[in-house]
Design a protein around this ligand. Structure first.
Ligand code: BES
Ligand code: ZN
Ligand code: ZN
Length: 515
């Protein structure tokens, strides 16, 4: 241990402490950083951490650890994510106390705690604090809070800095949850760890630049994950796609020198819980979207490495599913291509035949996501999926409609829509139901083929969803447009700038809660 680092050799766990090692997942490169988390049932005063994080609720005067005067002075008000760091607070062994605003008590929920934990970790990490303990009041020490706090800490700790070579990276060694009298919450710690690590795997994949993460490389990462967690994984190559008649997918891929890859990852429960159900998770895997011949403007194009975020969320979700073992079979389908304007690229006006037999006039080669998803949805149906969810960075129009706050959710069936909305709400992921009425089909008319791949100027997110609906056919299906939410243009107090890993937690809960 280098001098001056607050060691965790000083950490003195109580006798009920459970230590779990947290390894940030590294699909493509060995990662050296390990953050440990501990759940402890012991009096807060005894916790010897670099910092003890104490949530403070709005309108409730905190008097412990010298907070009384600061509350009187209005310096601590308990507003959400307000952070006040105090050194040498009275009555604690911890070096510092971080009073963390938790908002109104009646509005406090796991989502708030997740953010609070993330903000605390990010703030303390920036101050080079190495060991962090978060205090939970006994009445807050319940499984869903414990999971959320652990998730918040691990998600907040994540930095998309893999390709920065300096040795000045700040790291946290230990994150502990402390609840006096809390017991039996180890399982909740594990659940939180599994979910957050899966989400961080997704973020790692999305963060990879497109020169290093080609379709073949995503397939490798998926296979590596699958073999680590004992899932079945196959990767279809172009010849197999040709045989299956995936003309829509192959049309997109033909402009790139990189071959396409269609990843299939299967989870099978030991005993099926809900007979006859087979959930298919379909994720858009465009490793880079130049727009093709309908090329995008240069400004901001670098962000289009994130166009495989839907696919990456399915890889993350399957990893967590392999560990948490829901009762239903779940299969991920991830069509991976690079959308390039090469000399063999498809042209506007080209007509392709999708696997379902429908013909598509490609009006705009930049509307490529729906083309590859069309064939992926058909394939998932042919593989026997009874219910489908897709996630895709599909349209700029969803960003216009909902900004960066809500995932756009489209469904062809109310029950399926409500299941996904319920899972999202429980996981604190904001999703908003959008319309998907048959009248919108008009917009996709083509004079020369069964349908066009774009629907004109208006309602772009809806017409994109409408296009997919043609290929989901009568299978209950939900489409998540994550174009506005998969990437944070600015850091939040509790999350780094860059990939967010959105939808992973919702998809895992959807599978776990299936009755
Ligand atoms: N990957 C993009 C979606 C996108 C666009 C995300 C802008 C974030 C910002 C997708 O493939 C695309 O280019 N969609 C087009 C569709 C249009 C040509 C009908 C879009 O939204 O502009
Ligand atoms: Zn595009
Ligand atoms: Zn795209």
């Amino acid at each position: 241990m280098p001098p001056g680092r607050e060691g965790f050799q000083n950490w003195n766990p109580g006798k009920n402490a459970v230590a779990i090692l947290f390894a940030a997942h590294a699909p493509l490169r060995a990662q050296s950083r390990v953050m440990q988390t501990i759940f402890e049932s012991r009096p807060l005063e005894q916790v010897e951490a670099g910092a003890l994080v104490v949530p403070v609720f709005e309108g409730r005067k905190e008097t412990r650890f010298g907070a009384g005067d600061l509350c009187e002075a209005g310096e601590i008000a308990g507003k959400p994510l307000e952070l006040t760091l105090v050194h040498g607070a009275p009555g604690v062994a911890a070096k510092r106390v971080l009073f963390a605003g938790a908002g109104k008590l009646d509005k406090f929920d796991p989502a708030e705690l997740r953010k609070l934990a993330g903000a605390a970790v990010r703030h303390l990490k920036s101050k080079s604090v190495k060991t962090i303990a978060l205090a939970l009041d006994p009445d807050q020490a319940k499984p869903e809070n414990v999971s959320a706090a652990v998730e918040g800490a691990i998600l907040g700790d994540y930095e998309p800095d893999r390709y920065k070579t300096g040795n000045d990276k700040k790291t946290v060694d230990v994150f502990a949850l402390v609840a006096a009298g809390g017991r039996g919450l180890e399982e909740a710690v594990t659940r939180g760890r599994i979910l957050a690590e899966a989400q961080n795997l997704t973020r790692d994949l999305v963060n990879e630049p497109a020169n290093l993460l080609t379709p073949s490389k995503i397939a490798e990462a998926a296979q590596q994950m699958a073999s680590e967690y004992r899932l079945q994984c196959e990767v279809l190559d172009a010849a197999q796609m040709e045989k299956l008649g995936m003309g829509a997918l192959l049309g997109v891929s033909q402009g790139s020198a990189e071959p396409p890859a269609f990843i299939v990852i299967r989870y099978q429960p030991a005993q099926a819980g809900a007979p006859g159900v087979h959930l298919g998770l379909v994720g858009k895997g465009v490793t880079f979207d130049t727009g093709g011949i309908s090329i995008k403007p240069a400004d901001g194009m670098e962000k289009m490495k994130y166009d495989m975020a839907g696919g990456a969320s399915m890889i993350g979700a399957l990893r967590a599913i392999a560990q948490l073992k829901p009762a239903i079979p779940v299969t991920a389908f991830i069509p991976c291509v690079e959308n390039m304007p090469g000399s063999r690229a498809q042209r506007p006006g080209d007509i392709v035949t999708a696997m379902s037999g429908k013909t598509i006039e490609v009006i705009n080669t930049d509307a490529e996501g729906r083309l590859i998803l069309a064939d992926a949805l058909s394939y998932a149906r042919r593989q026997g999926c009874t219910h489908l969810v897709d996630a895709a960075t599909l349209t700029g129009a969803i960003v216009v409609a909902l900004g960066h706050l809500n995932v756009g959710l489209f469904a062809n069936e109310d029950a399926m829509r409500d299941r996904v909305l319920g899972a999202a709400r429980a996981e604190g992921e904001r999703m908003w139901a959008m319309p998907l009425e048959d009248d919108y089909k008009e917009y996709l008319k083509s004079a020369f083929a069964d349908l066009a791949n774009v629907g004109g100027r208006w309602g772009g997110a809806v017409t994109a969803a409408m296009f997919l609906k043609e290929f989901a056919e009568d299978t209950p299906w939900v489409h998540l447009d994550i174009a506005g939410t998969a990437w944070l243009d600015e850091a939040k107090p509790y999350l780094a700038k860059g990939p967010s890993g959105v939808a992973v937690r919702t998809l895992v809960r959807l599978a776990m809660d299936w009755k």
